[in-house]
Write a protein that binds this ligand. Structure first.
Ligand SMILES: Nc1nc2c(ncn2[C@@H]2O[C@H](COP(=O)(O)OP(=O)(O)OP(=O)(O)O)[C@@H](O)[C@H]2O)c(=O)[nH]1
Ligand SMILES: [Mg+2]
Length: 192
């Protein structure tokens, strides 16, 4: 029997306070949805094991507070991130613009050279609250161009519209990032 390879992925959730980072994490972890906003204090952490291409993937999720005051804490935990979900709220256009700020914070914490290897995805959350969430996509594409996407020719695929409330597209986000990261890590292993 061929034993599975084992890898771990350190994924950070970044975005303004209240956009739904914790709700997305909880949804993917199979936990219940909370109606009230309980702000994350500093950083929350979850681990989930998934399997992809004969590889066991330990997904470490670092769920960051969106409040300014926790910047020093975030920086410490961001430093080793391999993937980042930049989350905005589709009902709040400012939260989409603010992803440029979050990108700067991540670049500084991770370091310019290393940031080039980080896999970034944009997630527009709370689509259950609007009938036209796709209207945010043109601007989201522009902003994503400034970030490092998971393969620049696949920009469209690196933007997901989700609802942590209904669960729509949440699994797809994590499946996408798993496939991308496993492919990349296995490729790097072969080359080294
Ligand atoms: N309708 C709807 N509400 C959502 C959704 N996701 C989150 N919320 C609500 O938005 C509020 C904030 O959600 P959180 O997940 O705590 O936000 P956060 O980004 O983790 O916030 P901080 O930890 O303060 O940075 C809560 O009241 C959630 O119930 C969603 O997809 N749809
Ligand atoms: Mg939170």
């Amino acid at each position: 029997m061929v034993s599975e390879a084992k890898i771990s992925i350190k994924l950070a959730l970044l975005g303004d306070a209240g956009v739904g980072k914790t709700s997305l994490r909880r949804r993917w972890m199979g936990e219940s949805f909370k109606e009230s906003h309980l702000p994350t204090i500093g950083v929350d952490f979850s681990v989930r094991i998934v399997h992809e291409e004969n590889t066991e993937v330990e997904f470490q999720i670092w769920d960051m507070s969106g409040q300014d005051l926790f910047r020093p804490v975030r920086e410490r935990f961001l430093a080793n991130s391999q993937a980042i979900l930049y989350v905005y709220d589709v009902t709040n256009p400012l939260s989409l613009e603010r992803l440029r700020y979050w990108n700067q914070e991540a670049r500084v914490a991770i370091g310019g050279d290393r940031y080039q290897n980080v896999c970034s995805l944009l997630v527009g959350n709370k689509i259950d609250l609007v009938s036209n969430s796709k209207e945010t996509l043109p601007r989201a594409r522009e902003i994503l161009r400034e970030l490092t996407a998971c393969g620049s020719s696949e920009e469209d695929k690196a933007i997901f519209l989700t609802s942590a409330l209904t669960g729509e597209n949440v699994e797809e986000v994590f499946t996408y990032i798993t496939k991308k990261m496993v492919k990349r890590i296995l490729l790097n292993k072969q080359e080294s």
